[in-house]
Design a protein around this ligand. Structure first.
Ligand code: FAD
Length: 545
């Protein structure tokens, strides 16, 4: 249908082929061209859009987009895409404890502002230079510091959201009397509070049980985080965090901040095949020494890195002699025993260099006392940075540099508790090996959160079959170990069809009811979180160039 946004809209409306093409992709396997991209200037513009879409219910919808780095198809739509980068990009207030910001601010810019006050929002992603804080809230993103500091959900203390009636509402944690007052209101806001509270009461046990038994989860709506029974508080921000723009449009975020530790040392463990049986025990042993982060990458990542070395070389500083010196322990080790199967990086932080070094060395001694594993403690930050570069840049370098094949994130973010890894990983690898795919594994081993990214030719005839079969089998396995199908990348188009692998039909029913309460006419970001569209795997896949 012809889209005619009302004249009162102050921002821009762009239906040009070039813009629609630019907004047709995120970093998932999907490509869906929107009919129109709009650049609203303020909340009144959002009101105008919402009321326009209501007049064309069933035909039009609004999908929010910030930086578009989502790996799940979250910001893709064939209808109207609403850009938050262009005008919703101001940091409004910062001090050492909290920051108030609009959603379209890049994390890298937000970080500069908070660092002026000696503070950070610590759930930053490996894509921290590319993504916005709004995308992080909508996906409930996480990253290398989440082992210690948790996910974005922990830092959202208030949100302003424009709901389906076109008005902006503020959400924050309420105590019992504040909640009762809200419920008394004879308007849409009052109805929202009444219905969500009733829903949680009616399905209390099922919702409590539904929280995946892992430290990170972005699957479903986080109903289990809304009502804190012990404190009797009620926090609707937790429902919007991770909801991928399916319940409303976020216009302002208040983040609480933390003070980072300034000194660190990294303990690097180079694991061989023979160590895999003990992986869970090794991980738990190191976790006992409380590293701030605990990350990993595998031999295939290492191999791809070697292939793209000229680019990586530049990012690592570009000095061949210094690089050879920095990597000398690893070069020696590879010459002696080949490329390690898995590299584990445990970073210990403290108030002084000496304390950080002591913490890393104590953990190293404990590991070497029990296992015959090559280890290394970095001497300074520059040395640790080379490992961080490989870990952080792995997905980006893969996307940019592997010819004729594409990164295909579809089983890219599963989580199982570390104690299950010795059983889970061999079962997982056995399934993967049947498909003879080239893939890399990197991740947050401390949380049991693995990013498995196959490299695939999107035009191969069995592409869709492989994705369907593998997702089904792998997510069944994740369900068996009570894990989550997504720790941080969220459900989007790719995983919404698999939510039933980890949630009961009663819990899926509560998700559907949440969508009914906030978006009964399906005007916000359709087919993510509820109403799955598995058929898009056939019709909306990027063409292999
Ligand atoms: C190289 C690379 C590495 C990555 N590493 C990580 C990682 O370590 N951890 C991690 O968690 N993720 C990672 N990601 C995924 C992605 O970067 C994050 O999910 C990121 O937070 C998305 O932010 P964005 O600004 O790009 O959001 P977008 O992609 O624009 O949007 C993400 C979702 O949020 C919704 N949304 C956006 N703005 C709003 C709004 N104002 N109101 C309501 N909904 C909104 C969109 O509809 C969409 O569903 C990585 C991606 C890449 C490409």
């Amino acid at each position: 249908m012809k889209i005619e946004i009302p004249e009162s809209f102050k921002g821009e409306v762009d239906q040009s082929e070039a813009t629609r093409e630019r907004f047709s992709e995120d970093t998932s396997i999907f490509k869906i061209k929107p009919s129109c991209v709009v650049f609203p200037k303020d909340k009144e513009d959002l009101y105008t859009l919402i009321h326009y879409v209501h007049r064309h219910r069933g035909e039009l919808s609004l999908t929010a987009r910030s930086a578009g780095t989502d790996m799940s198809g979250g910001p893709l739509s064939s209808s109207i895409v609403v850009d938050f980068l262009k005008y919703f990009n101001q940091v409004r207030e910062v001090n050492e404890n909290f920051a108030v910001t609009e959603p379209g601010v890049y994390y890298r810019d937000f970080d500069k502002e908070t660092l002026k006050h000696g503070a950070i929002m610590p759930s930053y992603t490996a894509s921290r230079d590319l993504n916005t804080v709004g995308g992080m809230v909508a996906n409930n993103s996480a990253g290398e510091k989440s082992l210690t500091y948790g996910k974005t959900e922990r830092y959202v203390s208030a949100l302003k959201v424009v709901l389906q009636d076109g008005y902006e509402y503020e959400f924050r944690k309420l105590n019992r009397s504040e909640l009762e007052q809200k419920k008394q209101q004879n308007n849409y806001e009052g109805e929202v509070y009444r219905r969500v509270e009733q829903l949680i009461r009616d399905h209390h046990e099922a919702i409590k049980q539904a929280r995946p038994k892992v430290t990170k989860n972005s699957a479903g709506y986080s109903l289990w985080n809304v009502w804190n029974e012990a404190e009797d508080t009620f926090d609707l921000t937790q429902l919007f965090v991770g909801s991928q723009g399916t319940l409303g449009l976020i216009t302002e975020i208040k983040f609480s901040l933390v003070k980072p530790q300034n000194h660190s040392r990294m303990l690097v463990l180079f694991l061989r095949d023979r160590h895999f049986v003990d992986l869970g025990k090794i991980v738990n042993l190191v976790l006992g020494f409380k590293p701030e982060s605990f990350e990993s990458y595998d031999d295939k990542t290492f191999n791809v890195m070697l292939k793209v070395f000229p680019k990586l070389f530049k990012r690592l500083g570009g000095n061949p002699f210094k690089l050879a010196k920095d990597f000398w322990p690893e070069i020696k080790m590879v010459l002696k025993g080949g490329i390690p199967k898995l590299v584990l990086m445990a970073e210990f932080t403290a108030a002084t260099e000496a304390e950080a070094e002591a913490a890393a060395k104590v953990a190293e001694k404990a590991v070497r006392g029990r296992y015959d594993i090559s280890t290394h403690v970095t001497e300074n930050q520059a040395e640790a940075n080379k490992f961080w570069t490989i870990r952080r840049e792995s997905f980006k370098l893969l996307r940019e540099n592997v010819k004729h094949l594409h990164t295909a994130p579809f089983i890219d973010d599963m989580v199982v508790a570390p104690e299950h890894l010795p059983q889970f990983l061999p079962e997982l690898y056995a399934i993967l090996d049947e498909y003879k795919l080239l893939y890399t594994v990197a991740g947050h081993v401390g949380d049991g959160n693995f990013h498995i990214i196959p490299l695939m030719d999107f035009s191969r005839p069995d592409f869709v079959t492989i994705i369907n079969e593998l997702s089904d089998r792998v997510y069944t396995l994740v369900g068996k170990y009570q894990g989550s199908i997504t720790g941080e990348h969220n459900d989007g188009l790719i995983r919404t069809p698999y939510l039933h692998k980890i949630f009961s039909s009663e819990v899926l029913g509560t998700f559907a009811e949440i969508k009914e309460i906030f978006d009964p006419h399906r005007i916000f970001n359709p087919n993510k979180k509820v109403d799955p569209r598995p058929d898009l795997l056939k019709s909306a896949i990027k063409k292999g160039e």
